[in-house]
Design a protein around this ligand. Structure first.
Ligand SMILES: C[S@@+](CC[C@H](N)C(=O)[O-])C[C@H]1O[C@@H](n2cnc3c(N)ncnc32)[C@H](O)[C@@H]1O
Length: 390
């Protein structure tokens, strides 16, 4: 009997009979400890297993092991913040050739009706072709690919880690995952696509920076909008704190917003010249609070300590007459250990009357993107509070 998930109306391919005994979670290289800290906070039942740069495995406690049984749902996408891909893993295959590894992979997975295959590299310097491996797997596994939904497909161009034009899964698809660990060793697993990033191979935003964009911040904002499924309504107004050289403002303007960029540094002339854009050339804290009235979005991407970024945002969103519908904030971590304060930082957004979600974006550096939407309920509950953890 095919199963159906509530968020997808079509019948779904049944999950594989062999489920795999552990979770394989990928992250940005260096973020492993932050990822494990978050796992301890929200999924303490998991038992940390093998790890290496950019990958951590967790054993699932099973029946009879003296611990509570935990069998996650097929479309398990826990809010691990630092996780890119979360897959149910069968283990590794190694061998001298792709065909040898594919034979071992088939023995490991057993029969299953995959809807899609995601192949990506743990380290993009490994000299392999994910596209060729994916094509060989599709043939060997007799995967009948469904046409991609054009509404869900962003402008997929070449992507360093995933290869070119690797179509995304659709929500509900049963995906065979193959992460290339090294030229002769692959990790194999599966997941049911659900959240936007679980539809991307390796959870990596499948878009590269178009040549006419003035900074990578364009890409980060593009990924944030896709990851958090945010719709920016044309005609609304955004202010960005830390706007130069202007990639994020470009992305906001392309969405039809009017944008004010605040930065002591100059915004690129190509952005400065755009209709509906204005720069206030100063530091965020030097802008009078009444000037923030009427903005629908506060975006922040300043290269300062996260506590200072939070102070700047808190000052604005708790000011009288200022009540944007959402905040998109980049918290830059001077070192990964500062992620320890993330829980307390996220609580601040709640105290300001916003519901935060956070993710370390695949196009971002050592930083966390927080998207917080205005909570229902009276605005009067807002409190200005100082961020902890400097
Ligand atoms: C990573 S860059 C921002 C990139 C930008 N969002 C884009 O889309 O291209 C960080 C910027 O923060 C600015 N900045 C640092 N402190 C600031 C402050 N207190 N107020 C406003 N901007 C600040 C810096 O001048 C720098 O241009």
């Amino acid at each position: 009997m095919p199963s159906t998930a509530p968020h997808v109306s079509r019948p779904l391919s049944p999950a594989p009979v062999r489920r795999g005994d552990f979770l394989l979670v990928t992250c940005q290289g260096g973020a492993e400890a932050a990822l494990c800290q978050r796992q301890q906070d929200i999924l303490p039942l998991l038992i940390k297993g093998a790890w290496r740069r950019g990958v951590v495995t967790f054993r699932l406690p099973s029946l009879g092991a003296g611990t509570p049984h935990f069998d996650p749902p097929d479309d398990f996408t826990p809010d691990l913040i630092f996780a890119r891909a979360v897959i149910r893993s069968y283990g590794q295959v190694s061998g001298a050739s792709d065909s040898e590894r594919i034979q071992k992979l088939l023995a490991l997975t057993g029969p299953a009706g995959w809807d899609n295959v995601h192949v990506w590299q743990r380290d993009h310097r490994t000299e392999v072709s994910p596209v060729a491996i994916r094509a060989a797997l599709i043939t060997a596994l007799a995967v009948r690919l469904q046409p991609a939904d054009p509404a869900l497909q962003p402008c997929v161009q070449s992507s360093l880690h995933t290869g070119i034009d690797q179509p995304m899964a659709r929500p509900g698809d049963l995906v065979l995952d193959c992460m290339i660990d090294s030229a002769d060793r692959w990790w194999v697993g599966w997941h049911r696509a659900a959240s936007p990033s679980s539809c991307w191979p390796g959870g990596i935003h499948p878009v590269s920076l178009p040549a006419d964009k003035v900074s990578r911040a364009w890409l980060k904002l593009d990924e944030a909008l896709a990851t958090f499924d945010l719709t920016l309504r044309p005609g609304t107004r955004a202010v960005e704190l830390g706007a130069a050289p202007g990639g994020a403002c470009q992305r906001l303007l392309e969405a039809g917003l009017s944008v004010v960029g605040i930065d002591p540094a100059l915004v690129d002339t190509r952005v400065a010249a755009l209709k509906n854009f204005e720069q206030w050339r100063m530091r965020a804290r030097d802008v009078r609070l009444k000037n923030f009235r009427g903005f629908d979005w506060v975006v922040a991407d300043m290269n300062i300590d996260p506590t200072s970024t939070l102070e700047s945002i808190g000052r604005i969103v708790t000011a009288s007459g200022v009540r944007p519908e959402g905040i998109i904030a980049t918290l830059k971590l001077p070192e990964w250990s500062r992620a320890d304060s993330l829980g307390a930082w996220l609580k601040l957004f709640g105290q300001w009357g916003y519901s935060p979600r956070a993710r370390q974006l695949s196009t971002g550096g050592r930083e966390v993107c927080v998207v917080a939407l205005k909570s229902a309920g009276p605005a009067g509950r807002r409190r200005a509070t100082r961020p902890p953890g400097r």
